[in-house]
Design a binder for this molecule. Sequence first.
Ligand SMILES: NC(=O)C1=CN([C@@H]2O[C@H](COP(=O)(O)OP(=O)(O)OC[C@H]3O[C@@H](n4cnc5c(N)ncnc54)[C@H](O)[C@@H]3O)[C@@H](O)[C@H]2O)C=CC1
Ligand SMILES: O=C(O)[C@@H]1CCC=N1
Length: 274
Amino acid sequence: MASRITFIGAGNMATAIIGGLIDSGVAPTNLTATAPNSSELAPIKERLGIHTQTDNSAAVSGADVVVLAVKPQIMRVVCEELKDTIQQTRPLVISIAAGLDAATIDQWLGGNNALVRCMPNTPSLVGCGASGLYANSAVSEAQRTLATQLMEAVGIVEWVEDESLLAAVTAVSGSAPAYFFLMLEAMEEAAVAQGLSADTARRLAIQTALGAATMAQQSDKDPATLKQNVMSPGGTTERAIQHMEEAHLRTIVADAMQACAKRAQEMAQELGSH
Ligand SMILES: NC(=O)C1=CN([C@@H]2O[C@H](COP(=O)(O)OP(=O)(O)OC[C@H]3O[C@@H](n4cnc5c(N)ncnc54)[C@H](O)[C@@H]3O)[C@@H](O)[C@H]2O)C=CC1
Ligand SMILES: O=C(O)[C@@H]1CCC=N1
């Protein structure tokens, strides 16, 4: 991918995508990241070899793709700062902000922009990202392909044609690495309580999560069947799963994902009165 890509914001999500892009073979010199303080940018420049800038407008001039990777709460200010340059240079704009809808961001950027909304996740850093994408009507087929290539460099891509479904994507993949990290935390704590060292417990739990995810990905069997295959009748797993079902784990997960999607919708309303 020879495109010049500028990231506005150089935080957790931007650096995860940048790291994944570089690992996938994108030249660091084609990548620029911005932040208000050069003290935040210096270690990123040093570690990744990308260009860095504290001036957002200067950073977007000459870019083919601009990735808006700041917190939703400051997106408006940032867009207004970029508006004039973007109206002149017309790059493909990709917003990764949770909640904020495409029409709002487009309006903040002066209107008629080719805009993709993307909900990525932090495993992009290790090439195992999962991103949901939505394109507004100004996005060309070539730009859609470019956005797909960009995010496929760091993981899998699923397009949605109904923008409101990005809230569900946020619940099932954008926020979801945290659910699995919570599970790892809880399993480590429980194993330590049963006498294992924290190191041993963590290594075993992480490898098991990786193994289960890899099996689920590679197998032609669904997760329910794979689960059943671990459960010997009258055995240990059956007892553990019975406990989780009786504690309503499915309801807990459903409620948490509902709350997550609802928060994405609330954020759109709070921040995006276009
Ligand atoms: N962290 C995650 O797992 C995910 C985050 N997102 C979205 O990504 C966006 C960024 O989130 P994080 O990376 O977690 O936040 P973060 O706080 O780690 O990064 C924000 C970055 O924006 C920079 N920044 C602040 N003001 C700026 C300005 N005026 N101009 C340029 N840069 C500025 C900060 O210095 C920082 O580098 C958010 O909109 C969030 O909704 C989406 C999916 C997953
Ligand atoms: O928690 C958040 O708001 C962001 C969006 C998805 C993951 N992190």
